[in-house]
Write a protein that binds this ligand. Structure first.
Ligand SMILES: Cc1ncc(COP(=O)(O)O)c(C=O)c1O
Length: 453
């Protein structure tokens, strides 16, 4: 249950007002508007603002707080690191790094048993692409048009969901292919059922444009920023074959899907395909910056023999590795993948029930606790309901539920609903009731003043 934030100060407090002024004066804005209140405390599925208001966090922070906020095991791991060692020269290792590599290798197949530990998802993908280029000698990279792999140069070059304009040239040799979006078929070929023609079309175009230096294809097993797009059965095995036929490595970016979120340890386990390189980030650190890239002993050996270099200031840092060990322990002891399945079913059933009563809900999709709800003006035309989506999202926040809505005008209006894997059934029920109320109120307001939804 929510509890009032300890030591919360009234918003009008002078110190708070000065800090809000500092936000306006001294911070670079990097995306959507900042939430107007400071968040001063977080526990489990709840965050608490400076006015003591409890808000259900159904974005798990930035999709990272899978164990809930400030899990005691993470706090203990940080304290342990503070007593032992926080940071080292990149060529030195702590026992925690070796232990985390061993523990993760035990969860993964042998072909993914060599790991490197970094901090962000962008870095993990950058590293994956550097490995693929070194190994193959090629440099061409295929990505999907709904993808998000990070804002560093290599990762952003192969990110197509948004954020591309205005930063100059991307890395040469990057190619977008159409996403397997069965609700909004990008090649206007299927409706509600993707027959994977888009993949063939995409690779035909890639073959036509390639100068003969293929290195990798990179894909999220469930495209999250693109609007929770789940590839149809058979898509990823077909992608595997297309890559193999061209000598390209297959990279799975499991920033959001690894470590329980979809109801499995890794999303790739459910699709019958093992990638050549696997990247993991957000969900590995439980809220702290920890990422990893995994590949086979053969690829690692080959790249090492060619002088592979991948220094970052915080590669192999002890603190995040110690936290990663705690994350793995909690995932196992609290059986969080199983909880994601059970709670995910409850949440999805609730959303499908809302769909029966709210015409604006066009589609409900996703796996485990990574769910998407697409909002449309009309179920037949499927015109996106961006304005209404923003209004309902705002109203949900007023009612105590934080959710993420994708605001890319050229794409659908999709809520990404992803509470911590520790979420309780009463918290799911509370969130569903809030969504129901917000939809009811906003749709009623719109039908009284039908401007734009
Ligand atoms: C699938 C995926 N990959 C990579 C990234 C980039 O991660 P980071 O922001 O930690 O660099 C994100 C971030 O949203 C992501 O969703």
């Amino acid at each position: 249950m929510p509890i009032a934030a300890e030591g919360a100060q009234p918003a009008a407090d002078d110190a708070s007002a000065a800090l809000h002024q500092a936000v306006r004066d001294n911070l670079i804005r990097y995306g959507a508007e900042f939430h107007p209140e400071f968040i001063v405390r977080a526990r489990g599925s709840y965050i608490y603002d400076e006015n003591g208001r409890a808000i259900l966090d159904f974005t798990s922070g930035q999709m990272c707080a899978t164990l809930g906020h400030n899990h005691p095991s993470i706090v203990a791991a940080i304290e342990k690191s503070c007593r032992e060692v926080l940071h080292l020269f990149s060529g030195m290792l702590s026992p925690a790094v070796a232990d985390l590599a061993r523990r993760m290798a035990a969860l993964l197949p042998r072909s993914l048993s060599k790991l490197i530990f970094l901090n962000t998802g962008g870095e993990s993908n950058e590293t994956a692409l550097r490995l693929a280029k070194k190994f193959t000698g090629g440099w061409e990279v295929v990505g999907l048009d709904g993808s998000w792999h990070g804002t560093t140069a290599g990762a952003s070059s192969t990110t197509y969901a948004s954020g591309r304009r205005g930063y100059g040239p991307t890395i040469p040799g990057t190619f977008a292919i159409p996403e397997p979006n069965s609700y909004r078929c990008p090649i206007r070929h299927c409706r509600d059922r993707c027959d994977t023609s888009c993949l063939e079309v995409g690779f035909n175009l890639f073959d036509a444009q390639s100068v003969g230096a293929p290195a990798a294809a990179i894909i999220e097993p469930i495209m999250s920023a693109g609007g929770i797009i789940v590839p149809p059965e058979g898509y990823l095995p077909k992608l595997r074959k297309l890559c193999d036929a061209r000598g390209m490595l297959l990279v799975f970016d499991e920033a959001q899907t690894a470590f329980g979120r979809t109801g499995r340890n890794f999303a790739f386990e459910g699709v019958g395909v093992t990638p050549d390189i696997l990247t993991m980030s957000k969900t590995l650190g439980g809220g702290l910056p920890l990422a990893a890239t995994a590949t086979s002993p053969e690829i690692e050996e080959d790249c090492y023999s060619k002088g592979f270099a991948n220094y970052t200031s915080h590669v192999s840092d002890p603190l995040p590795a110690t936290v990663g060990l705690a994350v793995l322990d909690v995932l196992q002891h609290e059986r969080l993948a199983a909880n994601a399945r059970t709670m995910g079913e409850r949440l999805k059933a609730g959303l499908l029930e809302l769909k029966q009563r709210h015409q604006v809900i066009g589609d409900v999709r996703g796996e485990g606790l990574l769910l998407g709800v697409e909002l449309v003006k009309d179920r037949e035309t499927r015109e996106p309901a961006h304005q209404l989506g923003m209004q309902v999202t705002r109203r949900c926040m007023e009612l105590g539920l934080s959710m993420n809505i994708r605001q890319v005008p050229t794409r659908g209006a999709v809520w990404r609903i992803a509470p911590p894997l520790t979420v309780k059934s009463d918290e799911i029920d509370t969130a569903l009731a809030i969504i129901d109320q917000a939809l009811t109120e906003c749709v009623a307001a719109w039908s009284r003043t039908p401007t734009t939804i």
